[in-house]
Design a protein around this ligand. Structure first.
Ligand code: GUN
Length: 280
């Protein structure tokens, strides 16, 4: 039986601390602002954006919300971003992904300067992370590191396996774990002997977007299992990438879905916005 890593509780605690920091900052230096840009009507994106804006209100960060129609032109999106880049009221800019297919996502994101890139997506911020220098770290992997820290799990010297190699989660997660002195393996859909590789992990971070993909036979007894997945099972019920019911019997620590990594992601966005304002 494992210990549950409670992301909801930790997120609430961090938000409480952040609220105090934001209040102190505001008294000295004025408002902190986050601009959130949504293009189109993707239902999941609309929920995410709404939650991000609400979370800003909770901690006292001012949010500027822009909802552009799906048929917006490249030029229209680019001129909005340029405006936000120039505004001294805006400390962080978040463009919700995915963008509609006709837009050049890379070109749009490239307009955001590293100092306002609160998602930590741009090449300079990712490069600084790779070199273990001061940077802005992508929210989800940053949240995972906070969870490990809170529960006294030190990756130093441990074998860490990251399942998934996305730019948003898998790759920055692997870099953070390397920077924390873990021995890191990154697995993906082409990995041979996936089961054996995962079963060698002291810390297993799963971000592949396949419901209940990681079964108990893929997990070492006593491993720490972090589930970044947000999927639906065969009955349409929310679940993660890990077969929680069976894996929890084998792991030493495990994150639930929901209530695990999810609440931490938005919290780290708020934290990144505060950091961006502090470095103004
Ligand atoms: N779409 C899904 N996850 C994210 C995220 O972390 N940031 C942004 N900007 N878009 C997303």
């Amino acid at each position: 039986m494992s210990i549950l890593i409670d992301g909801k509780m930790l997120a609430a605690k961090l938000r409480g601390e952040l609220k105090e920091k934001v209040a102190l900052f505001k008294a000295e230096k004025g408002e902190i602002g986050l601009a959130v840009v949504l293009v189109g009507e993707d239902p999941a994106s609309q929920v995410y954006v709404r939650n991000k804006i609400k979370a800003c209100e909770d901690v006292g960060i001012r949010s500027f919300s822009y909802h552009l129609p799906a048929e917006s032109t490249q030029k229209e999106v680019e001129s909005l971003i340029a405006e936000l880049v120039a505004s001294d009221k805006v400390d962080g800019i978040l463009v919700q992904l995915p963008l509609p297919k006709h837009l050049d996502e890379r070109k749009i994101l490239k307009l955001i300067p590293p100092a306002k890139d609160v998602d930590g997506f741009c090449a300079e911020n990712v490069g600084n992370l790779a070199m273990n220098r001061e940077t802005i770290v992508a929210c989800t992997p940053f949240g995972v590191m906070k969870m490990l820290e809170e529960y006294g799990i030190d990756p130093k010297g441990k074998s860490a396996v990251v399942l998934g190699r996305s730019n948003i989660v898998g790759k920055p997660m692997a870099m953070l774990l390397v920077n924390a002195d873990a021995t890191v393996t990154v697995c993906h859909s082409k990995t041979e002997n996936l089961k054996e590789v995962c079963a060698g992990a002291d810390i297993l971070v799963v971000a592949i977007g396949r419901p209940k993909f990681v079964t108990a036979d893929m997990v070492k007894k006593g491993a720490v299992v972090i589930d970044v997945g947000m999927d639906r099972d065969e009955n349409g019920k929310l679940c993660g990438d890990v077969d929680f019911e069976n894996v929890k019997e084998k792991a030493s620590f495990i994150t639930p879905v929901p209530g695990g990594v999810g609440p931490m992601t938005i919290t780290m966005l708020l934290y990144n916005t505060y950091i961006a304002a502090s470095r103004r």
